[in-house]
Design a protein around this ligand. Structure first.
Ligand code: NAP
Length: 927
């Protein structure tokens, strides 16, 4: 017969178009078949295995479709002798060459040697190592550094034939049988088979003798019995190699509590030993296995740790190793007929993206070769083919195995998001004509838990001093656990891997949820802190939402610079800066705006990419815990945000001194701020920012709009019951308008309705808590004793609760206690000044150790600007007061602290800047 030849387009070498017999099976053989057809060869016949349980092998399916002669011999030989009819049928196909891409049958030598060009076979090891079946298993079991495959001239089945081609790759630390096959053996093997046939067709195929040294012949490793871990007396690597060498088939296993448990997804655990975990006894292992949020830790005899990602139970059920012992918690989903259709569509989408015909429950989207472009395609295809089901890229990253992905999709299609589920022991109240519900336990790693010590304390409603509920009181051990989880989330979790834009999306979602729950949040804030409901709605909660939205917008705008520097001639240099998150941060907040203080700091901290452990003030923990519930609903990965309720002296101090926290953000008193700074320095020299107390001067000139000045000054002092860090602690009024100002102020304050903070008409609610209330009474007493005149209020109201009449002191001189110390309550302190002596009032306004805020009322803009330039305060208000905005930096001078909240500046508090300098050679390219 005349030979058909053509020229290879890449190397221009002529090759013969061959008649090829394919003896093999599976998708691997299918791909080889397609490649050979693409090169113009003819498939003379396909010899594959009989159908298994009615399932036709993919190679048979393809041959049938193409009308290629197809044979499904059960066996080729009997008692070592080729079966004549089989041989005869084979001969009829008249092949030039046999290709054995993946052949599980014994092929007689009559067949191997029959074609004029003989036979080539694919073997998944670097021969002469690991001859025999289960070669990939053995490559891993033996801890080989390199894996690969050989294409050799087929022999009598002992894998000793001459080599035609070999390809190798490095074994990655966490490779298992599946990953090696999928990333290398399969794709490269198909290419190599095609190349091998081409070399044969061009008459250039080598035959290289296999060396004798290094040869091994390994036993078949398929049966479950051989994969048992019979002894734990192994080194870390031996244990890891054993488990991954059996992964996925036959699966290394041992008995736990009398049940067979098979281990998958082994990796050497180099991270710190998990703190938050459950212990599981395994007979013979050095110490109990640890079930933690990321898997199960097994111990080797050298003290090393192996982490297992998933487990198969004796029942055949696959679970995440992190769920071992709690399998019942993840309710099994029963799919409806419609949902079954969705699952089939999802499988089809995965198959087409991953270009495979087999998608198992444990097939991992990324480990099977998908990249970030595929995530977009997956999201779009699901939307297109599953009735508009809209996933986020996050949903894909959160469930990377097919089983998890299906679960997430079905839950989402049912209207709920998996991330939506948050379980806790709720406090339910009917208050403010609504049902409110909030957690009362510590929030660690997205779970609500009791303190390790089991301690709790009561939080009190200042309106009537009744107990609202009991709150978990964290201890130092809880701090360690929370910091550990935050560290894991930062270094190893999704948070650290996600793009800044995805981070922003989570923050926006959280802000949306806060908005959805704003009435509930404001109600909780009101009963816990005494904040007037309407103010809580607008400011406490409203500005918290604004802060999250504002900083969400910053996430993807955090960028460095390129900086021209002197070149080290003849070379050239380039410097650039990168702004990086700091890592695990601690935040300690006060009680006056409980949620808002949390939001101001935490939003910038998260936008910068950090993870956080926050301690709210002991007396006002509730909105922080309600916020934590929304964090889970928004889909934040575990450990990113942790909230510990408890005492400052204990938990605040433990955070401040913690060696794994590198930044501490604090808002509170100057006294505690000093202690915090000392502790930050002494522990690990952690960075800190301190937003501390104030005694802010407000200067009212005679040329002001007096109506406006009175209204604004009233707000400057009495806003939020005076529990306002920028409250105007001292009012300087020009002597020419002093008396009129005081009279008008008394009238203005008299209009304020004092009472139930939930009443929409109330302007002034109860003070925050008893200790503070008592301090205010003391403050008033000192003022009067020193000779200041109490011209209005200052008495406890004759009713239940911590209600204090707003107070006005006049005749206050600069040396008085009330002129120098912050009250943090509804106490106005008025002093006169000489309208003609601007320099003197500036001097008096600045004569304080505080420097948080200040204000000026005058119609003379030149005077206002002159004074604004000279006031030593972080904020100066002109003809207004309390006008804060999330976009404007906020923070004090002098003993009011340092470091800003809000505005772009706040971001820098939570970032570190790295400078990278590169040197490169100049090249003499001719232009
Ligand atoms: P604080 O007594 O300083 O307490 C603030 C926070 O620090 C609380 O969570 C407290 O825990 C904790 N804490 C106490 N001792 C600690 C320690 N040794 N180590 C670490 N943390 C510790 O202040 P506050 O009475 O809650 O708040 C009032 C003060 O905050 C006022 O001076 C006010 O001006 C200032 N403030 C300033 C700003 C600003 O932006 N500049 C804003 C609001 C408030 P406990 O819960 O156990 O007390």
């Amino acid at each position: 017969m005349e030979k058909l030849t053509t020229v290879h387009p890449l190397n221009n070498i002529a090759y013969e178009k061959l008649r090829v017999a394919i003896i093999g099976q599976s998708i691997f053989a299918v791909e080889v078949y397609k490649a050979l057809v693409a090169d113009g060869h003819t498939i003379a016949g396909v010899f594959t295995i009989p159908d298994k349980n009615g399932k036709v092998d993919p190679l048979a399916q393809l041959a049938e479709k193409d009308g290629v002669p197809l044979f499904k011999f059960k066996a080729w030989r009997q008692k070592g002798v080729a079966i004549p009819e089989v041989v005869e049928q084979y001969r009829q196909t008249k092949p030039d060459l046999n290709i054995l891409p993946y052949c599980s049958q014994f092929i007689p030598m009559d067949i191997i040697e029959h074609p004029r060009l003989h036979s080539i076979i694919y073997h998944p090891s670097l021969l002469p190592r690991h001859r025999g079946a289960s070669a990939i298993n053995w490559t891993l079991l033996c801890g080989d550094k390199k894996a690969g495959f050989s294409i050799f001239w087929a022999d009598d089945g002992l894998d000793t034939g001459d080599i035609l081609m070999m390809r190798e790759c490095f074994v990655k630390p966490d490779d298992n049988v599946d990953s090696l096959y999928n990333r290398f053996m399969f794709p490269e093997g198909i290419k190599a088979m095609r190349e091998s046939v081409m070399l044969i067709a061009q008459g250039r195929a080598p035959r290289i003798k296999q060396p004798k040294e290094g040869a091994t012949y390994d036993a078949m490793f398929q049966k479950k019995a051989v994969a048992e871990i019979t002894s734990w007396d192994k080194s870390t690597l031996e244990l890891h190699n054993w488990i991954r060498g059996c992964d996925h088939n036959p699966g290394a296993w041992c008995k736990i509590n009398g049940q067979m448990v098979t281990f998958y997804g082994s990796s050497v655990w180099r991270r710190a030993r998990p703190i938050k975990c459950r212990k599981v006894e395994i007979a013979g292992m050095k110490e109990p296995a640890l079930v933690h949020s990321d898997g199960m830790i097994l111990f080797a005899n050298d003290g090393g740790m192996i982490n297992i990602r998933s487990l198969e139970l004796e029942t055949g059920k696959m679970i995440k190793a992190s769920k071992f012992g709690q399998e019942e918690e993840e309710e099994e989903l029963i799919f409806t007929a419609d949902e079954e259709t969705i699952v089939e569509s999802l499988k089809g989408i995965w198959k087409s993206i991953l270009q495979t015909d087999t998608i198992e429950d444990e097939t991992d989207f990324f480990k099977s070769g998908a990249g970030s472009m595929d995530v977009t395609r997956l999201v779009e295809e699901v939307k297109d083919k599953c009735g508009g089901l809209t996933l986020t890229t996050e949903d894909v990253y959160m469930g990377t195995t097919f089983q998890e992905f299906v679960r997430n999709c079905i839950l989402k299609s049912r209207g709920g998001d998996t991330s939506d589920e948050v379980k806790y022991d709720p406090v339910n109240l009917r208050v403010n004509n609504m049902d409110v519900c909030f957690p009362h336990q510590l929030f660690i790693n997205n779970e609500f838990v009791d303190s390790v010590s089991g301690r709790a304390y009561a939080t009190i409603n200042p309106s009537d001093e009744s107990v609202i509920c009991s709150i978990a009181k964290a201890s130092k051990e809880d701090v360690d656990v929370a910091v550990h989880c935050a560290g894991e989330a930062f270094s190893h979790g999704e948070w650290g891997k996600m793009s800044a834009r995805d981070r922003a999306r989570l923050m926006y979602k959280l802000a949306d949820l806060m908005e959805e729950h704003k009435e509930e949040l404001a109600t909780i804030e009101s009963i816990d802190s005494g904040a007037v409901y309407t103010l809580a709605l607008k400011t406490h909660i409203g500005m918290s939402i604004d802060a999250f939205r504002y900083f969400a917008g910053w996430c993807d705008k955090i960028q460095g610079q390129t900086i021209p520097i002197s070149h080290a001639r003849p070379n050239r240099n380039l410097s650039y800066t990168v702004k990086e998150p700091i890592g695990v941060c601690g935040i300690v907040t006060p009680w006056n705006y409980p949620l808002m203080m949390l939001a101001w700091k935490m939003s910038a901290c998260l936008a910068a990419g950090n993870t956080v452990v926050l301690k709210p003030a002991q007396v006002t923990p509730l909105t922080a815990l309600k916020f934590a519930e929304l964090v889970v609903k928004a889909g934040f990965p575990p450990g990113v945000i942790n909230i510990l309720t408890g005492s400052g002296a204990e938990i605040g101090a433990a955070l401040t001194g913690h060696p794994d926290i590198r930044k501490l953000g604090f808002t509170g008193s100057t006294e505690v701020g000093q202690e915090i700074m000392r502790c930050c320095a002494m522990s690990n020299l952690k960075k800190c920012s301190l937003e501390l107390g104030g005694k802010s001067p407000l200067i009212i000139f005679a040329d002001c709009d007096l109506d406006r000045a009175v209204k604004q000054a009233s707000g400057a002092v009495f806003f939020n019951k005076g529990e306002n860090c920028i409250a105007a602690g001292r009012i300087f009024v020009a002597d020419s308008i002093h008396d009129e100002f005081v009279n008008r102020m008394i009238a203005e304050v008299g209009k304020m309705k004092i009472g139930d903070p939930l009443d929409r008409a109330t302007a002034h609610g109860p003070q925050n808590h008893k200790a503070h209330f008592d301090k205010l009474l003391e403050y008033l007493e000192i003022g009067e004793k020193e000779g200041a005149t109490l011209v209005y209020g200052g008495k406890r109201l004759d009713r239940k609760g911590l209600f204090l009449e707003p107070a006005i002191f006049t005749d206050v001189t600069d040396s008085m206690y009330v002129a120098q110390e912050e009250s943090f309550g509804p106490i106005m302190v008025i002093s006169k000044f000489d309208d003609m002596d601007v320099a003197d009032v500036i001097h008096r306004a600045n004569r304080t150790e505080f420097g948080l805020a200040s204000g000026i009322f005058t119609k003379d803009i030149n005077k206002a600007m002159h004074i604004a330039d000279r006031l030593e305060a972080g904020t100066v208000f002109v003809n207004t007061y309390n006008k804060t905005d999330v976009a404007v930096p906020f923070g004090g001078f002098k003993q009011s602290g340092f470091g800003k909240d809000l505005g772009e500046e706040a971001l820098h508090e939570w970032l570190k800047i790295k400078a990278v300098t590169v040197e490169y050679e100049t090249c003499d390219f001719d232009y």
